[in-house]
Design a protein around this ligand. Structure first.
Ligand SMILES: [Zn+2]
Length: 111
């Protein structure tokens, strides 16, 4: 990554107090994790069923635990996949847009 070019604050007329506060990259990652977890949890239905079937060797408790384990695993896998995808999408957006903030007057500046 190259050295960031900081924009000037429109109020203070200097870039001295301007810092990078957020990027679309981190936003994309968060969105991706949420979406991925939801999709992963939905897709985990078969995994949960398999887990429940296996767990059924120990009636009731095994079924519940097996189903839960399958669902959680699916959600985790989905979160990781979604987070990675979201990060990549965000990275693309990030190249054209960065959010800066002036520490002196708290102005938000889009670079
Ligand atoms: Zn300022």
């Amino acid at each position: 990554m190259s050295i960031l070019e900081k924009p000037e604050c429109p109020h203070c007329q200097t870039s001295k107090f301007v810092v990078l506060v957020g990027t679309a990259e981190s936003m994309g990652t968060a969105v991706g994790i949420g979406a991925g977890a939801a999709v992963g949890y939905g897709g985990a239905a078969s995994g949960a069923a398999a887990g429940a079937a296996l767990g059924s060797f120990v009636p009731v408790v095994g079924t519940i635990l097996g189903g839960l384990a399958g669902g959680i695993l699916g959600a985790l896998t989905g979160a990781v996949t979604g987070g990675t995808l979201g990060h990549k999408v965000g990275e693309r957006i990030d190249r054209s847009r960065k959010l800066f903030k002036c520490n002196r007057c708290s102005s938000k500046i889009y670079g």
